[in-house]
Design a protein around this ligand. Structure first.
Ligand SMILES: [Zn+2]
Length: 105
C-alpha cells in the first residue's frame, strides 16, 4: 500500500488533441503511421496526467510534479521517493503525505 497519494488529473480536450497530433507525427516520423481505427480509439479515450505533491523537509518548499518523472528517479530502496529539492538543492523533497506524517509525530 502506498503511503502517499498520486493525483490523477484529466487532460483537457485541447491538450488531448495536441498530444494526439504530436503522437501521430511521432509515429509517422518513425515509420509507423497510425490507422483510422487507432485514431478513433485515441479520440474516444480520456487522458490522464499523474502528478505528485512534494514538500521539502528542510526549507518547506512545495510543488506539484509529474509522477512519471518522480517514479523514474525513485530507486525503490526507500518506501517513498525522496529527491533533491529544486529550491534549496538538498535531499528530502518528499511526498506531502509522508511529510505531514513525519511532522505530526
Ligand atoms: Zn528545500
Amino acid at each position: 500500500m502506498n503511503k502517499f497519494n498520486i493525483i490523477r488529473q484529466k487532460v483537457s480536450e485541447e491538450e488531448k488533441q495536441q498530444r494526439i497530433k504530436d503522437y501521430i507525427e511521432e509515429m509517422e516520423f518513425f515509420g509507423f503511421p497510425i490507422s483510422e481505427t487507432e485514431l478513433k480509439r485515441l479520440q474516444q479515450q480520456d487522458l490522464y496526467d499523474e502528478k505528485i505533491h512534494l514538500k521539502c523537509l528542510r526549507c518547506g518548499h512545495e510543488g506539484i510534479h509529474n509522477w512519471e518523472f518522480i517514479d523514474e528517479v525513485w530507486s525503490r530502496k526507500s518506501p517513498y521517493p525522496s529527491i533533491y529539492c529544486p529550491k534549496c538543492g538538498k535531499g528530502g523533497f518528499i511526498p506531502i503525505d509522508v511529510y505531514n506524517s513525519k511532522r505530526n509525530k
